[in-house]
Design a protein around this ligand. Structure first.
Ligand code: MN3
Ligand code: MN3
Length: 321
């Protein structure tokens, strides 16, 4: 019989997991805390095309969060050594389920049951979306070696730090103009979570990469390059399909290149696209956080932790390996 070990938080797995645990706890939120009904007036001012795009981008995001919560985090957690690391990944997986659920809260606020059902059928029939989910899931389900584990983690970082952003663009773009700001706040909370997920899994990935021999490293690097090429051409097609009707395709494409570079930085790799400016309205949308919402209004007195959240800076992640 093997010896079963219990998680001992008095003996740290490493010098960063405890920091990530605490940051995850501080950032904790649920969809029920964010009142969304204020967006109903704003929704009525959007055109048919704008509403359809909004529903579709949230539908696509729902699928990615469903995959990440149901497959990605559990599979990576299973293969990661370190009981505290597993705990952090388990918590992150739970947040993915809250993210996925929060889109449904937005849908319920804005749309009829029939419109919502139509979006969920659209998710199943949209080829680009299905390719994203299938491509990433293959890495999650195919872990047998350390190289596979590295690639599954790298795929996860691409999902967290890159694939979400064609979807985030539109709610941020609207929120940056004072439209749909409550839903925009939900998107900001999700974005804040995804940024620590991408960082954390990126750090675990870099550690695994360092353990591979030279041949494995080269092979993993080549496979990652081919993965990003495949994902990026799919992502460009998805962007064209969705954003053509509102004339934002080029801006979204610049935004996804910007985020592809961030994903590669999280993996400790060089950026793959030249540096470029992103739409200032979207940047403004990212900074709308906390303008709208007062956590006291929805939470009981005992629940003040979320008020003390400090944004992470790069300096929080200077660890000695
Ligand atoms: Mn998520
Ligand atoms: Mn995530």
């Amino acid at each position: 019989m093997s010896v079963w070990k219990a998680v001992n938080w008095n003996r740290p797995d490493d010098d960063f997991t405890d920091t990530f645990w605490k940051q995850n706890m501080m950032q904790f939120w649920t969809d029920e805390e964010i009142p969304l009904s204020d967006d109903q007036m704003s929704w009525l001012t959007l055109s048919h095309d704008e509403r359809e795009l909004y529903m579709k981008v949230l539908g696509g995001l729902t699928l990615l969060d469903t995959v990440q919560g149901g497959v990605g985090m559990p599979k990576i957690l299973e293969w990661v050594d370190g009981l505290q690391r597993k705990a952090v990944l388990g918590f992150m997986g739970m947040m993915e389920q809250i993210h996925a659920k929060s889109y449904s809260s937005i849908f319920t606020t804005l749309a009829s049951t029939e419109e919502i059902d139509n979006i969920f059928s659209w998710i199943e029939s949209n080829r680009c979306l299905q390719i994203k989910a299938e491509t990433i899931s293959q890495y999650y389900n195919g872990i047998k070696t350390r190289e596979d584990l590295y690639l599954a983690m790298a795929a996860s970082v691409l999902l967290e730090s890159y694939l979400f952003y064609s979807g985030f663009f539109y709610p941020l773009y609207l929120a940056g103009q004072g439209k749909m700001t409550s839903s925009g706040e939900v998107i900001n909370l999700i974005l804040r979570d995804e940024s620590i997920h991408g960082l954390y899994i990126g750090m675990l990935a870099q550690e695994i990469y360092a353990q591979l021999d030279e041949n494995e490293q080269q092979s993993a690097f080549d496979k990652l390059q081919s993965l990003i090429r495949n994902l990026h051409s799919n992502e460009e097609l998805y962007t064209e399909e969705l954003y053509q009707s509102v004339g934002l395709t080029d801006e979204v494409k610049a935004f996804i290149r910007y985020n592809a570079n961030k994903a590669f930085m999280n993996l400790g790799l060089e950026p793959i696209f030249p540096e470029e400016d992103i739409n200032p309205i979207v940047l403004n949308g990212i900074s709308t956080r906390t303008k709208q919402h007062d956590f006291f209004s929805k939470k009981g007195n005992g629940y003040v932790r979320t008020l003390h959240v400090e944004a992470l800076t790069d300096r929080d992640f200077l660890f000695d390996f």
